[in-house]
Design a protein around this ligand. Structure first.
Ligand code: KG4
Ligand code: ZN
Length: 329
């Protein structure tokens, strides 16, 4: 049995977790900074970095206490080293390296996007590639075909906004505050998704686009200031989900992948989850929808990925820093 401590500080969540053998979550602590950033309508990088510095020691300590583990019981310490906010990443990477050095443990730097892929293994330990994964977060929107461990192909990605960004921007126009995704998800339940036909961009293409959809919502609100906002939220969400599901199925078809999986904050969206489960059943595939707590940023996905990386590549050099623009492939 191998126990790895995983640290995640790439954006506005300070998180740490202990995971066994890349699959079994022993403890997971997530401290969200949402309240700190809400008044600015989005994440302020400098505020995020400072909050990570203040929270990291306590979050790591709590993850260890909840796991009933001490540093010497661990086999490695991992941190997300990119992509993300430079200052924020540096806090997690420095903490992980310091712990690794102090306890004479290997350090593993983990790619945040790869970690969102590996969250699926925390839901289904026996999962086998190939799988088609939709990664949808505040900063990323892409379909990835995972052909084997460490073997990825990006099938499509957004040409403008990320899906989560579209949720957050539209929510602001609807007066729903930050973060917008959960607010729209909630409000949409009371609305009619067929009330307004918003555009589905780039039909038939592998890539995504959400900028036109956001403009269409803003124009709709301008022309019809009395619009029922629950209907607008539901119709907008339906247009986003239609586009996401179409591209995911397209990637799976192209790769002959029998498994669909989701990762990233937007994967917490209830309509998206329902539609992916539905389309999997319709096309004779299996769908893996990690619990919402493992879709949004967390330390468990970092620790899980580190287990696979450590086995394949060995430890990461302590000389390697953070890379805000790190790519998946
Ligand atoms: O993966 P994540 O926690 O952080 C990034 O790496 O960006 O994703 C955050 C994004 C935000 O844009 C938030 O609005 C969106 O995920 N989100 C949702 C839901 N929960 C979070 N979007 C739609 N529906 C949700 N239920
Ligand atoms: Zn993320």
């Amino acid at each position: 049995m191998t126990r790895i401590l995983g640290i995640e500080t790439s954006c506005d969540e300070t998180a740490a977790a202990v995971v066994e053998d890349g699959r079994f979550v022993v403890s997971s602590v997530v401290s969200s900074q949402v309240d700190l950033h809400a008044r600015y309508g989005g994440v302020v990088p400098e505020i995020a970095s400072r909050a990570h510095v203040e929270l990291i020691t306590e979050v790591v300590a709590q993850a260890l206490v909840e796991a009933g583990a001490e540093l010497r019981d661990l086999d490695a310490v991992a941190a997300c080293h990119g992509p993300g906010l430079a200052g924020a990443l540096l806090v997690g990477v420095s903490a992980a390296k310091a712990l690794a050095l102090a306890a004479d443990l290997p350090y593993v730097g983990v790619n945040h996007l790869e970690a969102h892929l590996y969250a699926a293994w925390l839901e289904e330990p026996d999962l086998e590639p190939p799988l088609a994964v939709l990664i949808v977060s505040g900063g990323h929107t892409m379909t990835v075909v995972m052909e084997g461990h460490g073997q990825y192909r990006v099938a499509g990605q957004t040409v403008d906004d990320a899906a989560g960004e579209a949720f957050d921007k539209v929510a602001r126009h609807l007066g729903l505050g930050y973060p917008g995704g959960p607010a729209i998800d909630q409000l949409a339940r009371a609305g009619d998704a067929g009330a307004i036909r918003f555009p589905r961009a780039m039909p038939g293409a592998a890539d995504f686009s959400f900028a036109g959809l956001k403009t269409a919502v803003v124009n709709h609100l301008r022309h019809d200031p009395d619009a029922v906002i629950a209907d607008v939220a539901a119709s907008f969400q339906e247009a986003v989900v239609d586009q996401l599901v179409e591209k995911l199925v397209r990637a799976a078809d192209e790769a002959g992948a029998p498994v669909l999986a989701l990762g990233g904050g937007v994967a917490a969206n209830s309509r998206l989850r329902a539609r992916v489960a539905e389309v999997a059943a319709e096309t004779g595939r299996r769908a893996f929808l990690p619990p919402r707590s493992l879709c949004t940023d967390n330390g468990a996905m970092i620790a899980a990925t580190a287990w696979w990386r450590l086995a394949a590549d060995g430890p990461t050099s302590l000389h390697q820093g953070a890379d805000p623009n790190l790519r998946l492939v």
